[in-house]
Ligand binder design. Structure first.
Ligand code: ZN
Length: 299
């Protein structure tokens, strides 16, 4: 079984051809603009997939989006970083073109599925993934299945409102957590307070400064909020921010413990820091497709 697994981001697109054992047969990371280069988004995508998969016998296609998807996981509802994908019948179109099942999910769900396999966590129970990148990605697995909610928008931890924080958010609201405690907050701090420090060195030089400590506290509040509501079996933390040079994981962990409800679940938290890997999302996408294909969930 070979799955074509795509991760379409605002800047880069990743694609892998992955076999039954999870081996990457072929992988490419390229600028999204080099693939989606005209108004004919779906035919651009189809042409690219056809050329990438030439000579391969593909059994399924899976696509991860940094976006809100509808509950049926067929259409991108809102995608501030890839607005060209909004409200297009991408799954149905590609399914017709390639005559194989096509699945879509949020990219963060794919990252979590990959990490769950990597750390050999049990499929039963509740596992939360919180990934701090430009925004705050959040996925929740219940017995191995992504929690979608009524409209498909469950797990939007980054958009929890922070009282007193009026910073506009990409979602249209003001004062969302991810404007306060994600990569965007770091970029804002760097511009305002540390113009001579490259963003990549912000923790190395300034991790003890109060403005940074406030960002760490905001991140910890995000995690503690989810933990206090859901009491999950495992909490996986990752993303670009946590994997930046000299990010103080122990400080974040202490702050999470400070905010989580006592005595339980605080006394028995299963907190796992995950590594960033370039092929993570496409490998997780392949896990998702394989499970759906094996379960016979063919849309
Ligand atoms: Zn928001």
């Amino acid at each position: 079984m070979i799955v074509l697994s795509l991760d379409i981001g605002g800047t880069h697109l990743r694609i892998g051809a992955i076999d039954q054992c999870g081996t990457v047969l072929k992988f490419e990371k390229l600028p999204t603009a080099s693939v989606i280069h005209s108004d004919h988004v779906l035919s651009n995508l189809s042409d690219f997939l056809r050329s990438f998969s030439a000579g391969l016998s593909v059994d399924g296609i899976t696509i991860g989006f940094p976006a809100t998807l509808d509950r049926s996981r067929r259409v991108v509802v809102q995608a501030p970083n890839i607005p060209f994908m909004e409200n297009l019948p991408v799954c149905d179109y590609l399914q017709k073109e390639f005559s194989v099942p096509v699945f879509a999910e949020r990219d963060v769900t794919f990252s979590l599925l990959y990490d769950v396999e990597k750390y050999q966590l049990p499929k039963e129970g509740m596992i939360c993934g919180i990934y701090f990148g430009t925004g705050i990605g959040n996925a929740i697995l219940l017995d191995g299945k992504p929690l979608t909610g009524r409209h498909g928008t469950a797990g939007e931890l980054g958009h929890i409102p922070v009282p007193g924080c009026g910073i506009p958010c990409v979602c249209g609201n003001e004062g969302c957590m991810e404007a306060f405690a994600g990569g965007k907050a770091l970029v804002r701090l760097q511009k305002a307070l540390y113009p001579d420090t490259p963003v990549g060195e912000i923790f190395t030089r300034h991790r003890h400064d109060r403005p940074l400590l406030e960002v760490f506290d905001g991140m910890a509040v995000s995690v503690a909020t989810e933990v206090n509501i859901l009491d999950p079996d495992y909490i996986l933390l990752g993303g670009g921010v946590l994997n930046m040079s000299d990010f103080p994981r122990s400080v974040l962990e202490e702050l999470i413990i400070k905010h989580v409800r006592k005595p339980l679940p605080c006394r028995d938290l299963n907190l796992i820091f995950t590594e960033d890997e370039p092929e993570k999302s496409v490998l997780g996408g392949a896990v998702y497709a394989r499970r759906n294909l094996e379960d016979g969930h063919v849309s």
